[in-house]
Design a protein around this ligand. Sequence first.
Ligand code: SAH
Ligand code: SF4
Length: 397
Amino acid sequence: MLEIRMTAGGKLDTSILDAAGPLRGEGLFGLQNQQLSDTLARFRLPGWRIRQLQAALYTQRVASLDQITTWPKELREQVSAAGFRAGLPEIAETFRSTDGTERYLIACADGQTVETVWMPDGDGAEDDDSSTHLEPGAPAGRTWTRSTICVSSQIGCAVNCQFCLTAKLGIIRNLSPGEIAGQVAAVLNRHQAEPGRDRISLVFMGMGEPFLNYDAFMDAVRLLAGPMGVPESRMTVSTSGIVPGILRFAGEPVRPHLAISLNAPNDAVREGIMPITRKWAIADVIDAVRKVPLRPRERITFEYVLLAGVNDQPRHADEVVKLVRRANFPAKINLIAWNPGPDVPFAMPDPQAVARFQQRLRAADVPAFIRRPRGRDIYAACGQLSKTRDRSPRESE
Ligand code: SAH
Ligand code: SF4
């Protein structure tokens, strides 16, 4: 692992960068067209050279400038010699679950790591398209037919939901657009996956609260939906209910689907497990969501983490039904049985309670899906991302 140290005077100790290989120099990955052109202004590149660079960075996802075959060798050498590099993030460590899920620690240039999860063949909450044929042109030997990548937006999180392991870290820092989109690029490369050919979905449900890092998150979405080729209809962002973020999101021309972490049937229960409720009550969140113009057949997802005895009783389900009816926009509920973590004082719900909760919602015509926990054994499941380096089996790279 690369560690960047500070000198006694608080400056970055760059001596170690000489040994840092691909992390050395100024990374280009994450910059949009105009930013690429500004950053490389001294080379006076015509627009078509910048477009070639953009295709190499985001469509081919090259690991080094040397692989930009559309550029003459001298140009690649000049730009590298000036201290630039492709800057695609690298997977530093991989943990593999018995269910095929993989959790990665991805190295950032400052020595921090960010967590990303690969979930082949979904988690049971997909209600759109669940056919299982292999895409034509997929590499031989491939075992998955679709896959979901769970992407982080911050290192740690400030929201402090009581049931979530990421909350224990506090907020360490925001991720940049390149660090957000770069997680996807690194994982696609590892699996030789191509968004244009393979059914790849993205969920912004890793570490952090995307709407508290709004600009970087949306810049990443634009890179992903643009040159990286992931349709906006295959992306979902989850928020704990940051009202100003939801209102901005409502005005975005290109945007993922929206999921709201509801997790409780009323403000009283929600305040106990999600202190953010004191700032924005459920009704405020729902009013903000109402401003998001839905696409044809689009629904808002409410996520609901079931915590034994806290919010998993039939009367809670009945309250959720009323809440969804009052909201009066197309919605579905994704039920998530709570995934345990050390020092998190909750209990997993009884599987029968989960099934009963779902039935109660469905009986009232509220669409409800149960999400299959993925990669619990490697701390990859929802709410378990917390730099758990030492607790889980790892696969050497
Ligand atoms: N910060 C955003 C997105 C990341 S969390 C948000 O909270 O929406 C993604 C989902 O995991 C949220 O719905 C959250 O409620 C849920 N979650 C958090 N901790 C969990 C746990 N221990 N078990 C199951 N789900 C959990
Ligand atoms: Fe942050 Fe989401 Fe965890 Fe809450 S559930 S602490 S918002 S990551």
